[in-house]
Design a protein around this ligand. Structure first.
Ligand SMILES: [Cu+2]
Length: 479
């Protein structure tokens, strides 16, 4: 344990970062109103248990709750805000040294993609993509207004807090009735990637969209912790039958809409980085039933934190796929030193599809013959599904989509072909030159000779490739 620091010394640390927030305080009123005599110490009881103490002799719940909070920090001064593709952080104000938020649970007419909208439930006009952002040591007060026609409560997932602030409707608090506003308040004695979600009739309320990321920045981040790009992605899954506009929260499997921050590819905003940037992606999963192995192309990364806490450097290991189970968050970190358009997606193949029906007979390998011609007079839009797989280009040509649906997968790509992906898919766009992080830099322009293209006859001849007679038995190693 580092030696105990006085409040003055604490404020002296990272003075540039805290200067703005100290001015905000005016007087130390928060110290009088909240907490006992001990100042909250960043990286203290809850975080690491370092300093030669036995393993068990640390707090697993953040230590004493009646600590004096640290002053609130402002975006860009006390912390570097996270980037929320297709979303934004909830605004706040500072009242007497307390950071005050107003979270509103309400019905939202939500666009998953240009072809699909649905009436969902969300927070402050967004679905899955309103995040709360705060800083370790702060006192926070969150008013939750229930504009839904049902009871609700909001649970703060992964937080050390007084039991009565935990948000489990009926257990730790009375429900928030329709039209009511309830106040949650506690001091943040930790940092990390956390979440919040409705904790009443979860199947319905979380399934309708009442989930969000809650990012708490460390008070005095070490140089190791600092990144250039810090993305926050919430993963979820939905069942919305073609032509309908309400999520079916009774579904237990075969979810057909899989979203990152409430959007499906190609509507997922790319993660824009500059070559050489240190990148953190915070992944949260508050879907209903499915775990998502999120795979990044072209790089390996380290899994650096769970919603428990940071993983010590010595315990991190390299990965290319991070499994994010329901109710978990994972931070992954890497240096984006390879320019390009790098796919980042769930590796469950059905999770990179949109609005897929799963009740078709298996047609792979079947020769359909004149089946279509025979059925068309009866069903004009009939198309034999998938005897060579799912040909989305042809589907788009042949099949008129019902109203309020999106294609199963596919978006026009840079080569005139379809990108045969949907759902839990986005693109990490790494560029040597960037005008702005906020602009989509378009498709990557590959250096000459670095794209897989059709082999020329000359190349085939040179390397002795006979496309007609090669193949068959493969025991002839090296020939
Ligand atoms: Cu998945």
């Amino acid at each position: 344990m580092a030696k105990k620091l006085s409040r003055r010394q604490l404020l002296g640390i990272g003075a540039a970062g805290l200067a703005g927030s100290v001015a905000l305080l005016g007087k130390e009123s928060e110290a009088k109103t909240h907490g006992g005599s001990a100042q909250y110490q960043p990286g203290g009881a809850g975080q690491s248990g370092r300093g030669g103490r036995p393993y068990w002799e640390k707090s697993y719940s953040g230590g004493p709750i009646d600590v004096k909070p640290l002053p609130p920090a402002l975006a860009g001064k006390g912390y570097k805000p996270v980037v929320v593709p297709n979303g934004d952080a909830l605004p706040f104000k500072v009242v007497d040294g307390v950071k005050v938020f107003h979270l509103i649970a309400e019905e939202v007419d939500h666009f998953f993609d240009s072809g699909l909208r649905a009436t969902c439930w969300g927070f402050n006009g967004r679905v899955n993509s309103t995040i709360i952002e705060a800083v370790e040591g702060e006192r926070i007060r969150i008013y939750v207004t229930n504009r839904l026609p049902v009871l609700t409560s909001v649970h703060w997932h992964g937080f050390y807090l007084p039991n009565g602030m935990d948000g489990v409707g009926g257990l730790t608090q009375p429900y928030i009735k329709a039209g009511e506003t309830v106040k949650y308040e506690w001091t943040l004695r930790q940092y990390g990637s956390f979440m919040f979600h409705a904790h009443h009739d979860e199947m319905t309320q979380m399934g309708m969209g009442l989930i969000g990321m809650f990012v708490v920045h460390p008070r005095n981040p070490s140089p190791d912790y600092r990144v250039d790009r810090d993305f926050s992605l919430m993963i979820s899954e939905w069942s919305i039958d073609a032509g309908t506009s309400r999520p079916n929260t009774l579904k237990m499997n075969d979810f057909n809409i899989l979203t990152i921050n409430g959007k499906v590819f190609p509507s997922t905003a790319p993660l824009v980085c500059k070559t050489g940037d240190r990148v953190r992606i915070r992944l949260g999963n508050l879907g209903a039933m499915d775990h998502h192995p999120m795979h990044l192309h072209g790089y390996h990364f380290r899994i650096t934190a769970t919603d428990g806490e940071d993983i010590p450097l010595s315990a991190q290991w390299p990965e290319t796929t991070a499994l994010v189970a329901v109710g978990q968050s994972r931070n992954i970190e890497f240096i984006a030193d390879a320019p390009g358009d790098w796919a980042f997606h769930c590796h469950m193949t059905h999770h990179v599809m949109n609005q897929m029906g799963h009740e078709f007979p298996n047609m792979v390998g079947i020769t359909p013959g004149d089946l279509e011609e025979k059925i068309r007079p009866l069903l004009p839009a009939y198309m034999t599904m998938g005897h060579t797989g799912m040909d989305m280009g042809r589907m788009a040509e042949v099949m008129p989509y019902p109203k309020n649906t999106i294609s199963m997968k596919g978006a026009p790509g840079p080569f005139g072909d379809y990108i045969s992906m949907g759902g839990l898919f986005t693109v990490v766009k790494v560029r040597d030159q960037l005008k702005s992080y906020d602009e989509d830099p378009g498709w990557y322009r590959h250096p000459p000779e670095t794209v897989a293209l059709k082999a020329s006859d000359e190349e085939l001849r040179r390397d002795g490739i006979n496309v007609k007679s090669d193949g068959g038995a493969t025991s002839n190693h090296g020939r």
